[in-house]
Design a protein around this ligand. Structure first.
Ligand SMILES: C[S@@+](CC[C@H](N)C(=O)[O-])C[C@H]1O[C@@H](n2cnc3c(N)ncnc32)[C@H](O)[C@@H]1O
Length: 216
């Protein structure tokens, strides 16, 4: 997906991927995991997700988002004040709990993030077509060399029944993309067939959300 596509989505507020609430798996998964906070929490392609505010109880959160409008709305909708500074090709939106690097994720440098202990991916990998998914994971490895854990929420549906985004990313593909990881564990499965994905309804014969815990 080209940048222009996403910028237009935000300008026209075609943001059916945005959830009005915290993702229901977040508290469940976190209560099961024996994860000890270390380093910051990185949320690539973060949109204006409320999940970032929830995650901030576990550590400083760093988002990465292309659309300036999304960043502004993220803070303004929670009546939170923020400071914006320009740093190279990015703008940094700063707040005590959540900072967002606004600009292209693929241009981020590891030193902009520092030490990351947890990555949270909801609707980031699945927002991208296959060639970009490979680049996305390579960039994730560069930005977060490890040790790090990734909570990945992915989506599966019959790909011939709908063109993304969101794209269907099978468990087999997830395991291939992260074949360098020390472990890839399937944590939870949510059957969304006939139900909404955030604010969108899809005409597909099955729709499955899977949560993975991936460590490297
Ligand atoms: C499907 S949305 C998901 C947003 C968020 N993770 C959520 O759960 O609501 C994908 C987001 O990625 C952003 N995005 C797309 N390409 C990007 C890039 N190259 N760099 C940074 N953000 C990007 C889009 O603007 C959009 O907000």
């Amino acid at each position: 997906m080209q940048s222009e596509f996403w910028l237009q989505c935000w300008q026209q507020q075609r943001i059916g991927f945005h959830q009005q609430d915290i993702h229901p798996l977040l508290p469940v998964v976190f209560s099961q995991l024996n994860w000890q906070p270390s380093g910051a929490i990185f949320a690539p392609l973060s949109g204006k997700s409320l999940d970032l505010w929830w995650l901030s109880q576990h550590g400083k959160v760093l988002g990465a988002e292309l659309a300036e409008l999304a960043c502004q709305q993220f803070y303004q909708e929670q009546t939170q004040s923020f400071v914006v500074t320009t740093q190279g090709q990015h703008q940094r939106f700063s707040h005590p709990a959540v900072d967002i690097w606004q600009g292209d994720y693929f241009d981020l440098k590891p030193e902009q993030l520092g030490d990351i202990g947890l990555i949270y991916d909801r609707a980031a990998l699945i927002a991208l077509p296959l060639p970009m998914r490979i680049d996305y994971v390579n960039q994730l490895k560069r930005l977060c060399p490890g040790p790090v854990s990734l909570l990945l929420l992915s989506l599966e549906y019959p790909h011939q029944q709908m063109s993304g985004p969101p794209f269907s990313v099978t468990e087999c593909e997830v395991r291939q993309l992260f074949d360098f990881a020390a472990s890839v564990e399937l944590l939870a499965i949510r059957n969304l067939t006939g139900r909404a994905f955030a604010q969108r309804q899809f005409n597909v014969s099955y729709l499955i959300e899977k949560a993975y815990w991936i460590c490297w």
